[in-house]
Design a protein around this ligand. Sequence first.
Ligand SMILES: Cc1cc2nc3c(=O)[nH]c(=O)nc-3n(C[C@H](O)[C@H](O)[C@H](O)COP(=O)(O)OP(=O)(O)OC[C@H]3O[C@@H](n4cnc5c(N)ncnc54)[C@H](O)[C@@H]3O)c2cc1C
Length: 305
Amino acid sequence: MRIAVIGAGLAGLTAARTLHDDGHSVVVWEKARGPGGRTSTRRGPDGMRFDHGAPFLHDGPLALEGLEALGTYAVNLPGGAVRREVVGIPSANAPAKALAHGLDVRPLARVETILRAGDGWHLAGEDGGALGSFDSVIVTAPAPQAAQLLAGAAPRLAARAADVEFAPCWSVMAAWGSPLDLGFTATEDIPGIACAVADGAKPGRTAGERWVLQADEDLSTAYLDVDADEVIDLLLARWFERVGRRADPVHVTAHRWRYARPRTPLPETYLREDTLLVAGDWCGGASAGAAVRSGADAAATLVAA
Ligand SMILES: Cc1cc2nc3c(=O)[nH]c(=O)nc-3n(C[C@H](O)[C@H](O)[C@H](O)COP(=O)(O)OP(=O)(O)OC[C@H]3O[C@@H](n4cnc5c(N)ncnc54)[C@H](O)[C@@H]3O)c2cc1C
């Protein structure tokens, strides 16, 4: 079969990898510059990198096990507690890049329309440009975007996707030029900040005092449409209060995830109508592991066909 996968996040790439290895011809369309989706890494000045999407991979990223780009490390929490977390190595997007290796991934290619064409599907990009015809399509965009994409071709699937609510998240990335000597490498005890994670403490990263502060759902929702500078000031003020001193970062920036985590995921791990499938973390969970499982299950149903 000739199969199109829309989205090069963990769900899409897990599906694409499985189908490619099963001998199918697979093209992955991705609107961003590279693979990763919400397991993403942002470059800053002087070679700085920040995992500004998922800081950790939760819920057993099953099919990813065995990837060299994946490992665990001990996170030091305030008060001396230690928690083991799974992360991409050397960056959050490394597992996605490893999955994408050898696949036909087309970056900077946003799919705008899916049209039924005989027994298959026709995809069009921006300005209606033809992207090709496929026997099967797997859509793995976050639910609100999937709902728009599916509206014309599969209204029933679009309606299921439209029912899924997503929570936003503001991520602030900050770097300091000298050690802060905090005694912990992650904390979840700052009001309004779901987690603050030291990127330099993760395995395979260059050392350095780089932190990602992720606003919680309430704060992210309340500040969804304000300027990034306002969010940076607010989160840094709370950070300074927590660490007990004001030390201005040498670099700071922010990213708004309008669709960060599914609030009301579907019970099914994928949806299917004929040869049009839908997968993603919001099918069956709300984590990186759920995304992998969803992509694997969607691919398995095509392999079995
Ligand atoms: C701030 C934040 C913190 C998180 N923390 C954690 C955590 O601690 N633990 C955890 O397990 N998970 C966490 N997650 C969630 C985790 O990142 C996701 O569950 C997982 O990465 C989702 O993978 P996916 O493939 O389903 O979707 P995505 O990664 O969103 O991939 C979908 C892809 O589709 C592309 N796309 C969308 N529309 C189109 C289109 N029309 N054409 C072409 N391409 C398109 C997008 O660009 C994207 O690359 C977090 C996420 C965020 C944002």
